[in-house]
Design a protein around this ligand. Structure first.
Ligand SMILES: Cc1cc2nc3c(=O)[nH]c(=O)nc-3n(C[C@H](O)[C@H](O)[C@H](O)COP(=O)(O)O)c2cc1C
Length: 278
């Protein structure tokens, strides 16, 4: 069984989960290839019998580059697939965003896995939530999920669906964060969230941000210039080796906090009572 596990991962959380799944599938005797979204091609999808697609949740949905890529895939009839994501307390429609285009292209989607990931978003109201996640327990659940997918593929036994399989998130929901994920389109995010500024004295033009930007929106002139396709993931800011980017959060911090506060995420998201957030 040729298996492809593709992860979009900026700070490593989703990649860790994908690797844990790959281990479990290799143990089950599958030939597994893990690859990053930056490198994967449509041909890689066509060459696989089983496809796993993983991404972090951004604004209660799958990141724009992931959605755009999946929508552009060719027919995947005859292939089986599963999706996985890491998120803070408001995953919204992230799994559905990946499952839907796969289903539309004819793949049979067997399930979805979701777990916590430390939030490295630099906005003060979110930064540092869920430290050290995914942890070993999360990764063990990811392995269990992958092993059950392997069993389903080998034996077609529907009873092997484990508790880790988030079947309910494979359908579009109508909760607050599902609606937020629908409403928060890129132009609105660009309006609400500030564009990073560059300190030309600190920038040594290493080109790291140009290479890392998931929408290829950064051009290096004398200093980096951020273009109109920026999705405000702040990867340039959090990863710049020279700390050359900065943002003023005075407007967006209260706006983001009004939607993504712990009380709302407990009521409408998936923060459980008594769960450690910081
Ligand atoms: C730009 C951005 C937006 C995010 N939005 C959400 C969100 O709406 N809901 C949520 O639960 N987590 C959100 N998070 C947290 C990430 O989903 C989480 O940190 C994830 O594990 C990152 O995965 P990675 O390390 O694979 O990139 C956001 C993180 C970033 C950087």
């Amino acid at each position: 069984m040729e298996t492809l596990i593709v992860s979009f991962s900026q700070t490593g959380n989703t990649r860790k989960v994908g690797r844990a799944m790959a281990e479990a599938m290799a143990e089950a005797g599958f030939v597994v290839r893990t690859i990053s979204f930056k490198k994967v091609t449509a041909e890689d999808f066509l060459a696989a019998d089983l496809i796993g697609v993983g991404a972090p949740c951004f604004e209660s949905q799958a990141p724009t580059p992931v959605r755009d890529f999946l929508v552009g895939l060719p027919d995947l009839k005859g292939r089986r697939a599963f999706v996985f994501a890491t998120a803070g307390g408001a995953p919204g429609r992230v799994l559905w965003d990946m499952a839907r285009p796969l289903k539309q292209r004819g793949a049979e989607v067997l399930g979805g896995f979701l777990c916590r990931g430390t939030c490295y978003h630099p906005i003060p109201c979110l930064v540092g939530r869920f430290p050290e996640r995914p942890d070993e327990t999360d990764l063990e659940k990811a392995r269990r999920f992958a092993a059950s997918v392997a069993e389903m593929v080998q034996g077609d036994d529907p009873r092997s669906v484990p508790a880790e399989n988030r079947l309910e998130t494979l359908n579009p929901g109508l909760g607050l964060y599902d609606i937020a994920g629908l409403a928060l389109k890129d132009p609105l995010i660009r309006f609400l969230m500030p564009k990073p500024r560059v300190d030309s004295d600190a920038c040594d033009q290493c080109g790291w941000c140009v290479h890392e930007c998931p929408t290829a929106s950064i051009i290096l002139h004398s200093t980096p210039e951020i273009g109109g396709q920026c999705i405000r993931c702040y990867r340039c800011l959090t990863g710049c080796p020279k700390n050359a980017f900065s943002v003023n959060w005075w407007f967006s911090n209260p706006v983001v906090w009004s939607l993504y506060n712990q009380t709302f995420e407990h009521w409408f998201g998936d923060i459980r009572k008594g769960e450690r957030v910081y």
